[in-house]
Design a binder for this molecule. Structure first.
Ligand SMILES: Cc1ncc(COP(=O)(O)O)c(C=O)c1O
Length: 438
């Protein structure tokens, strides 16, 4: 099919809600490690990795080789028949999970992982109400949309009460309390207690939170934040669910899970995306006594499918063997320096944030008013694309550039990306370039 035919059929046969990036959508053809090619043969350095999903490189032969072997051996039999692939990945997850987390429920996506986490938290605690954070994203089912706190992603919600209440998030660049860290003494964390006291029955099932809010625009909390809210959640009987769909599997550097950066041990971890390096796998991981509280039967036909299980285990092993969590920290720090140099040079870049190889730029029209710059964000993406770099977007106002390259990238790749970003910024704001205004 030609590019035009693909785009025509995409429009004709898919739901229009399946949105695409760019005014002239990029039609993919093939990819290898940190590079992706479109159907017209143009090569791109991929700094978005299929939405924070390609952990160890596109079509990495060390993963695909194992997938192919498993497909030829046993592709599917369902969870009613135990097999080696599912227990091997489950054992591996138990080895790397923090605290006493040692049992996993397998699904196909982050959305399902979060559904399961909330269901089991409600059964374990006997409480119904769930806390979540503003600007959070939890997925696209009705419950996950209720947990999500971006109006854009909540359009199909029924009016019925879902039992979810949102507290302030630790968005330092746009502090919900108008304060500045550290003199604020992380006052936003105290909002958790006030909301529980005023908007719930006082007994909660859980707090679900992302260690760094992904879709929200890589909103990175102050280091004290999660310790403070963890204590509050415990005081009111809740479980702490760490949504590691974006922050898991070494992306933040040095540690497997983002929440470990904040020195908190969660009760439940949910994840998906980067675990399978592109195959659909979701996990809800917890302690045995919490897992045991699930009442009734449950089935996920494809959950823990042998092919996805093999892919997930191979991904974790490759991250270990090639020390990619260290690479995420080292190359991530180098990348961060480059992004901060762009901030010094270009007024459009209001904030740089993130951790490891999860780094974002928030674009503002004016650094004093912090008026979001969504049009410029789109233009920046177009200019990067022209020059052969793929980046993602996020943020409540659509003004945050999200980058999450595969953990295998080198400093050379970073140099190339920073050069392209610099040129893109010059192209969209020629008057500001080099002015050094802050
Ligand atoms: C933090 C977080 N949780 C959950 C989800 C939902 O995952 P999925 O799209 O696999 O259903 C996402 C997806 O972007 C996410 O970023």
């Amino acid at each position: 099919m030609t590019k035009e035919e693909i785009l025509k059929k995409h429009k004709q046969y898919l739901f229009p809600s399946v949105f695409t990036y760019y005014t002239d959508p990029l039609v993919t053809d093939h990819a290898s490690m940190q590079h992706l090619w479109d159907v017209e043969g143009k090569k791109y350095l991929d700094f978005f990795g299929g939405i924070v999903t390609i952990s160890v490189g596109h079509a990495n032969p060390r993963i695909t080789g194992k997938i192919k072997a498993q497909i030829d051996k046993l592709q599917h039999a369902s969870t009613v028949f135990p097999n080696e692939a599912i227990v091997a990945i489950a054992e591996k997850l138990a080895q790397i999970a923090p605290g006493e987390i040692s049992q996993t429920y397998f699904t196909n996506s982050g959305t399902e992982a979060n559904e399961m986490a909330i269901q089991v938290a409600r059964m374990y605690t006997g409480s119904y109400e769930v806390m979540a954070l503003r600007h959070g994203y939890s997925g696209r089912s009705l419950l996950a949309q209720s947990l999500t706190a971006h109006s854009t992603w909540r359009k199909s919600l029924p009016v019925a009460n879902s039992g979810v209440v949102h507290a302030m998030n630790p968005y330092c660049y746009r502090c919900p309390l108008g304060k500045t860290y550290p003199s604020c003494e992380v006052a936003c964390a105290k909002d958790m207690e006030a909301v529980i006291q005023t908007s719930t029955s006082g007994q909660i099932a859980a707090l679900i939170a992302e260690p760094i809010q992904g879709v929200g625009g890589f909103i990175t909390p102050p280091k004290e934040y999660f310790k403070m809210v963890f204590k509050i959640v415990k005081d009111y009987g809740g479980l702490f669910i760490s949504d590691e769909v974006q922050t898991g599997w070494g992306r933040t550097g040095k540690r497997w899970f983002g929440i470990e950066q904040w020195e908190v041990t969660p009760d439940i971890i949910t994840s998906a995306k980067g675990l399978g390096n592109g195959v659909p796998v979701g996990v809800t991981m917890t302690r045995p006594e919490i897992a045991a509280s699930f009442k009734g039967l449950q089935i996920s036909t494809f959950g823990g499918n042998p092919v996805t299980s093999v892919a997930a285990k191979a991904t974790i092993e490759l991250i270990e063997e090639d020390h990619l969590m260290d690479n995420a920290a080292t190359v991530g720090a180098y990348y961060r320096d480059g992004l901060e140099s762009l901030q010094k040079k270009h007024d459009l870049v209001g904030d740089v944030r993130g951790m490891g190889l999860m780094q974002a730029l928030e674009f503002v029209k004016n650094r004093t008013t912090k008026e979001p710059a969504p049009q410029e964000t789109n233009q920046f993406m177009e200019e990067c694309r022209k020059r052969g770099l793929l980046v993602g977007k996020g943020g409540l106002f659509g003004n945050v550039i999200r980058t999450s390259p595969p953990l295998i990238i080198t400093k050379g790749d970073v140099d190339e990306a920073i050069k392209i970003m610099d040129e893109a910024l010059v192209a969209i704001s020629p008057a500001l370039a080099g002015a050094g205004k802050r």
